[in-house]
Every structure is written in structure tokens, then in C-alpha cells.
Write a protein that binds this ligand. Structure first.
Ligand SMILES: C[S@@+](CC[C@H](N)C(=O)[O-])C[C@H]1O[C@@H](n2cnc3c(N)ncnc32)[C@H](O)[C@@H]1O
Length: 289
């Protein structure tokens, strides 16, 4: 952690999670995840409409796909800070080449909920799937908003509900069918689907002091470039399967059975060159007065 970070134990579980085997999976499958989520990145960056010279914070930047593209859009006079709580993912991000025409990039290992960012130093806060893991989202957004200049803006994308996102729903259902139910969890607890409720999240942004909040649900298709077997392997490694297997003590033969059934249920998504998987996403925006 950076020395200017005020330590708040409340995100310790997420810090542990993203620095453990689960975070390592995002590193191991970096190219496949970036390819699968490329359409999401492009939609987010279109909405963010980055201008040359802008100063940007990419929140929960992971292995840095959105950081690098934001730096290119902001040009040589712009700059991007990619902040993440995972040293594993940031180390991976730092090793990826950056376009010579891009603005400067700094990767910062810190908890975005509590880090002391320079006040009124940024034009844009953005995130692809990196803001749903805060123990206290109001405190987190208020903290990050302090770093925005007056008139600065926020754009991020999160997942909508599980039952609208087969990329999560199928592997989770199959793992539970194989191993039994996991304990029910609070739908608003930190996690990939925590920001599914547009009204609730809009309230969080307003409570954090942001203005002109917009929240829209959009249906898009994720494209997995590769075979059904490779997509199934990815789904067994990144996402809910490993969580369920770990929690319920699944054995290698369970994972094999889960994998076969996921492939069966994802068969419908196969198209020439890969898989086209429907997704339901929430895009949020807001401004600082
Ligand atoms: C689902 S991944 C998304 C990564 C990246 N934005 C992408 O789209 O590839 C969520 C990321 O948020 C990071 N994260 C979770 N809680 C965080 C926090 N409190 N502060 C900073 N980063 C956090 C995780 O380490 C992880 O890299």
C-alpha cells in the first residue's frame, strides 16, 4: 500500500481475495478476459468521451486494459492513474506495452475507498467492473469525488442481475447442481452483482455528493474468440465455479462433471469463430459540481 493510504480494515477481505489464487486467475487469463470484455471497454470509453490532455483515474484497473486505452485517448498531454488493491494484477498491468502516443500511466497499489488522492486533480473517474467491491460505497465514491476537479465526471459499468448474465448464471447453477447450495448472501454485499439495482446505486452516487446521476441498463453480446472447450475452461477458472467448489469442498471429478455440463449449456452460444454470450450491463455517470 502507498504511504498516503489511510488503512481501513473493512476492505481486507477483498484485498486478500484479489491478491490470492482468484486474482492470479485474472493474470493467467488476461488475454482471454480482455478479449471477452472488449466490447464493454469500448462502450464505456465511448460514453466517457475522453478529451486530449485529460487527467483520469481508472478505478480497480486490474491488468490495465481500460487504463492503456484511456491513456491513448487522452494523448501525450494526458495522464492516467490506474489504482488497484491487487499487487498481482498491477504487476501484470505494468508489463504490458503502452502505445508511444499515449499519455503517461502510473499504477497505484491502494484501496480506492480510503486512499488520499490529490484533491481536485482529475477530469475523469472511470471503471470497468472495478467499483462493486467497496465495503462502504458512499464513503468510497465521496473519497474519489474529492479528487475530481469541479465539473469533472464519473463513468463506470457494472453487471446487472445474475439471471440476465448467463456468463455467471450458467457456471454457478451447474456448480450448485453438482455440489449443493451455498449459503445465501446479501445481494448488495461487495461482489460482481452488487450494483445491479440502478435506483440503489444512483442513490449511493447522490449520497456521495455527485450530481446529474444517470443509470441505464443495456444489453450487449460478449464475444469469446475460441472454441467451446476453451470458453468452458475459462468459465471454470474465472467466475463463480471456483468459489462454489472451494466453499463446498468439490473434488477434481466434480470439476470435470461441472465442466462437461457448462459446455452442454453454453452450446447455444456457439457462432462462427467463437461464442456470442448475451450480457446485461449497467452504465452509470455523474458529475461533480
Ligand atoms: C472484476 S476486476 C476488474 C478489473 C478491470 N477493471 C477489468 O475490467 O479488467 C475488479 C478489480 O477491482 C479491484 N478492487 C477491488 N476492490 C478494490 C478497492 N477497494 N480499491 C481498488 N481496487 C479494488 C480488484 O483488485 C480487481 O482488479
Amino acid at each position: 500500500m502507498s504511504s498516503s493510504t489511510q488503512k481501513n480494515d473493512s476492505n481486507d477481505m477483498e484485498e486478500t481475495y484479489w491478491n490470492s489464487a482468484a486474482g492470479q486467475k485474472w493474470v493467467d487469463f488476461q488475454h482471454e478476459m480482455d478479449s471477452l470484455l472488449a466490447t464493454v471497454k469500448d462502450q464505456l470509453l465511448t460514453k466517457t468521451n475522453i478529451q486530449k490532455g485529460e487527467k483520469i483515474l481508472d478505478v480497480g484497473c486490474g491488468t490495465g486494459a481500460t487504463t492503456r486505452d484511456s491513456a491513448l485517448l487522452s494523448g501525450a498531454s494526458g495522464s492516467v492513474i490506474g489504482v488497484d488493491i491487487s499487487a498481482l494484477l498491477l504487476d501484470c498491468a505494468k508489463q504490458v506495452d503502452v502505445d508511444p502516443n499515449a499519455g503517461s500511466i502510473d499504477y497505484l497499489l491502494a484501496d480506492a475507498q480510503t486512499h488520499g488522492f490529490a484533491e481536485e486533480s482529475l477530469d475523469v473517474l472511470l471503471s470497468r467492473f472495478g467499483v462493486m467491491f467497496f465495503s462502504d460505497p458512499v464513503i468510497a465514491f465521496a473519497n474519489m469525488a474529492r479528487a475530481l476537479k469541479p465539473g469533472g465526471r464519473l463513468h463506470f459499468v457494472s453487471w446487472s442481475y445474475m439471471n440476465e448474465n448467463p456468463w455467471f448464471q450458467i457456471p454457478r447453477d451447474v456448480a450448485i447442481d453438482q455440489l449443493g447450495s451455498v449459503a445465501p448472501s446479501d445481494p448488495h454485499a461487495p461482489g460482481p452483482m452488487a450494483f445491479a439495482d440502478l435506483e440503489r446505486v444512483s442513490g449511493i452516487l447522490r449520497d456521495a455528493g455527485l450530481q446529474d446521476v444517470t443509470a441505464t441498463n443495456e444489453k450487449i453480446d460478449l464475444f469469446y474468440q475460441g472454441t467451446l472447450d476453451a470458453a468452458t475452461y475459462l468459465a471454470c477458472n474465472v467466475g463463480p465455479v471456483m468459489r462454489v467448489v472451494k466453499e463446498l469442498g468439490g473434488k477434481p471429478e466434480d470439476v470435470r462433471a461441472i465442466s462437461e455440463e457448462i459446455a452442454e449449456r453454453m452450446q447455444n452460444f456457439v457462432v462462427p469463430g467463437g461464442l456470442s454470450i448475451p450480457a446485461s450491463l449497467n452504465f452509470y455517470s455523474a458529475c461533480k459540481e
